[in-house]
Design a protein around this ligand. Structure first.
Ligand code: NAG
Ligand code: NAG
Ligand code: NAG
Ligand code: NAG
Ligand code: NAG
Ligand code: NAG
Ligand code: NAG
Ligand code: NAG
Length: 341
């Protein structure tokens, strides 16, 4: 009897996963030029909005409809993300997890950017122009006084790029017998340093990607024509003693993300970073987890349990979530029944 319930529960969890997987999405929002692009997105719980910061020194900070240019207490805040003028690759990014279907109001808390209409919203309905108009007419003092209470992202508040007095080279071994990883897999480097990848056994690459899409080359994912570095495939025979190398130069302190393009390697966690933040949502650990989640081979079996968890959370947060809420409710009931047996 109880096991029958478990089977039913498992299939409903799978159903939930399928419906969740079909909807979970990632929205990339470019922050720069005194605007958020696109200025609004329609997103569901479980989706992610990734703010990508371009030239200037901006933030993505949650506010409220009533006070568009004042940080909401305990709200999301990327922190300031200064991006130097010459930067054309690896822009810093900060992800925001969407947990509600209610509107989420966001602004840039730099100087008077908000008063110039630099605002953004998730699920604003038809209220966005009213929100932006309110931002334009809000008093400048209100934005500078308020310091947000929570910094959910400490990612790359890098100082103005300045070459280090002495530059050094960092050696990273790629692959080797039974080694499907970069060693070390994450490093800290100064401006002007070089990183030399030494390719050992098998057939690997080191290819620049982004935090948002760990296993897709920057060249491929960029919507603005950025060209990321790519060593190309470096096949190395089992008995080799001479190893080919590929060197990159570090031009700024913003994080660099990379992966191996060989089939299944990235999804197995063969990723690499330079200057990944030690704290916040964009650590090297989070990058690795993201690679495995998006390109791993075992994702369906793991995802079922976490998806049913997520759907339950969706139900708690939003009573109007329709079918998935109903299904989540059934799961809750079944969990009670299973517990009773
Ligand atoms: C966002 O969601 C991911 C995966 O669901 C989680 O690992 C991460 O900690 C969350 N980030 C924040 C800031 O809540
Ligand atoms: C970015 O802006 C903040 C707030 O105005 C400021 O404190 C910080 O020094 C700026 N960073 C850079 C590198 O200009
Ligand atoms: C990872 O998955 C994405 C989306 O399915 C795909 O476009 C990309 O080619 C995959 N990357 C690798 C290295 O297989
Ligand atoms: C990026 O900038 C560097 C130097 O500032 C330049 O040499 C390179 O061509 C630029 N790359 C792209 C894709 O614009
Ligand atoms: C290395 O891997 C690539 C991609 O899988 C493949 O096209 C190439 O033939 C391989 N080279 C050798 C020598 O095995
Ligand atoms: C490696 O093995 C191949 C074939 O097994 C042989 O032709 C080659 O000479 C060997 N190379 C070295 C460096 O021992
Ligand atoms: C650093 O700048 C040099 C010269 O412009 C460029 O060739 C190189 O690709 C840049 N490094 C990275 C990691 O983008
Ligand atoms: C980052 O590199 C350091 C030094 O190699 C290593 O100790 C640490 O485990 C790495 N972090 C992760 C998350 O793999």
């Amino acid at each position: 009897m109880a096991s029958g319930h478990y089977i039913l529960q498992a299939s409903i969890a799978l159903l939930c996963y399928l419906s969740w997987a079909a909807h979970a999405a990632q929205f990339e929002v470019v922050v720069g030029g005194l605007q958020f692009k696109p200025p609004t997105v329609v997103a569901a719980p479980g989706d992610t909005v990734l703010f990508v910061f371009k030239q200037g020194n901006h933030s993505a900070t949650q506010s409220s409809f009533e006070n568009p240019c004042v940080a909401a207490l305990g709200g999301f805040d990327s922190g300031f993300m200064p991006v130097a003028e010459g930067t054309n690759v690896s822009f810093p990014a900060s992800p925001l997890n969407v947990t509600t279907t209610e509107p989420v109001w966001v602004y840039c808390r730099q100087a008077n950017h908000c008063q110039q209409g630099m605002v953004f919203a998730i699920n604003p309905g038809n209220q966005f122009s009213a929100f932006q108009a309110a931002a334009r007419s809000s008093s400048p003092s209100s934005s500078t006084k308020t310091v947000p209470s929570s910094h959910t992202s400490t990612a790359t508040s890098s100082a103005v790029p300045r070459p280090a007095a002495t530059s050094s080279d960092h050696t990273v071994v790629v692959g080797g017998p039974n080694r499907v990883f970069f060693s070390p897999s994450n490093i800290t480097a100064q401006i002007g340093d070089t990183v030399t990848f030494q390719f050992q056994q098998k057939n690997h690459t080191v290819t620049q990607s982004t935090f948002a899409q760990p296993c897709v080359s920057l060249t491929e994912s960029s919507t603005s024509g950025q060209i990321g570095f790519d060593s190309s495939f470096m096949p190395v025979a089992d008995n080799a003693t001479n190893f080919p190398t590929y060197t990159i130069q570090i031009n700024d302190t913003s994080p660099l993300w990379a992966f191996c393009r060989q089939t299944n390697h990235c999804g197995a966690g063969m990723v690499f970073s330079v200057n990944a933040p030690e704290l916040g949502p964009t650590t090297f650990e989070a990058f690795t987890a993201r690679a495995k989640e998006l390109n791993g081979t075992k994702k369906s079996s793991n995802a079922v349990s976490s998806a049913s968890e997520r759907t339950t959370i969706t139900y708690r947060r939003n009573g109007r979530a329709g079918l998935s809420a109903t299904v989540a409710a059934i799961i809750l009931v079944l969990q009670f029944q299973a517990a009773a047996f």
